[in-house]
Design a binder for this molecule. Structure first.
Ligand code: BT5
Length: 324
């Protein structure tokens, strides 16, 4: 956390039960006692409940149930991911802001997150519906050192991270439809969009976008996707606190990304296949050239889709759509 406000929350959150004295806060933050008091008032405006006890100091009683840089970063346990965080209430697309930030030098792990997107985008210029305050719409700036051809693996890695969190944290049964959809019971909960800025043999940066339907009731989806979209709330019957869920995703992503950088794609492949949608089944497949039926076998060691076609020939697909 960079700001004084961020450091203040960090200091207060290091003590679970007790108080932190105004004196200590003023010394650690290099600001006056009245300035500490002013920051506390600002936190209260942000929805934090603060207790100020004479001679003891301050403590946070409760956190606001809203998304802000502070509420996400509070208690977040990462080394680089989300250390720089840009939260906005309304944007066209977090992808656009993340590209701008990356071009202006934003460090590896910078996250742009918004409550609402007015022009959320999917792949191939499709639109992504991003209703205000009910989902997680975020883009991560990554500056990996591997070669550009490996970048599609980041999409699969991100899909396994979301599936892992949805299963472990939200207790639902997710499936991953190659390459970028997270489904449950055949309905789409989340989508991933990976955009690459690269030279021939070097990545400048990747913008990894994730769109997750969290607290949507079914009526908030536009008519045309109502029968194929779902949300964590619809599936689990529970509303989810967005800041905590975002933190969980960020922490899991950092861990899995580091494993991937150290050990390569093999563990991601295993995890991906454990969540793979309709593996072993015959499904309609659409590529740029044609549409045909094929049996999904799994993924290759580089993340490409393995399919057996109607003549029994194995095919490796780098770009295709699996139809429902
Ligand atoms: C995706 O594209 O699934 C990638 C979605 C990425 C969205 C994130 S949000 C943060 C970041 N900022 C952005 O602007 N984008 C990223 P694709 O596989 O092309 O799927 C798009 C299709 O999914 C649409 O054509 C609809 O049919 C359907 N769709 C749109 N919005 C949806 C939603 N909220 N939930 C489920 N399905 C949706």
């Amino acid at each position: 956390m960079e700001s004084t406000r961020g450091k203040l929350i960090e200091l207060l959150s290091q003590v679970e039960e007790g108080y932190v004295s105004g004196q200590r806060l003023s010394e650690d933050l290099h600001i006056s006692r009245p300035a500490v008091w002013k920051h506390m008032k600002e936190l209260e405006k942000d929805g934090y409940e603060i207790e100020a006890a004479p001679r003891k100091g301050y403590r946070i009683v409760s956190f606001p149930n809203k998304v802000s840089e502070n509420t996400i970063q509070w208690g977040m346990n990462t080394n680089w991911l989300g250390q720089r965080l840009i939260h906005k209430s309304t944007v066209t697309s977090t992808q656009i802001l993340a590209h701008q930030a990356a071009q202006e030098g934003a460090p590896h792990g910078t996250i742009v997150i918004a409550d609402e997107q007015t022009k959320g985008r999917g792949r191939l210029n499709r639109s992504w519906h991003s209703h205000k305050g009910e989902g997680i719409w975020m883009s991560i700036v990554l500056r990996p050192t591997f070669e550009p051809y490996k970048s599609p693996q980041i999409t699969l890695l991100a899909a396994t991270v979301l599936a892992e969190v949805f299963k472990g944290y939200c207790d639902i049964k997710p499936q991953i439809k190659w390459p970028n959809d997270i489904l449950t019971d055949g309905k789409k909960l989340a989508g991933i969009l990976t955009e690459l800025q690269a030279e021939q043999d070097q990545i400048n940066y990747i913008i990894l976008g994730m769109g997750i339907n969290v607290n949507h009731p079914i009526e908030t989806f536009p008519e045309e996707i109502r029968d194929k979209a779902s949300s964590l709330k619809i599936e689990s019957g529970e509303s989810w606190e967005l800041a905590s869920l975002i933190r969980e995703i960020i922490q899991t992503f950092e861990k899995r990304y580091e494993e991937f950088m150290e050990d390569g794609f093999s563990k991601v492949k295993l995890r991906w296949e454990a969540f793979g949608y309709r593996i072993g089944e015959i499904v309609p497949i659409q590529t740029y050239q044609s549409s045909w039926n094929g049996r999904i076998m799994g993924i290759e060691s580089d993340g490409a889709l393995r399919v057996v076609d109607e003549e029994g020939k194995e095919q490796t697909l780098y770009s295709a759509e699996i139809q429902w």
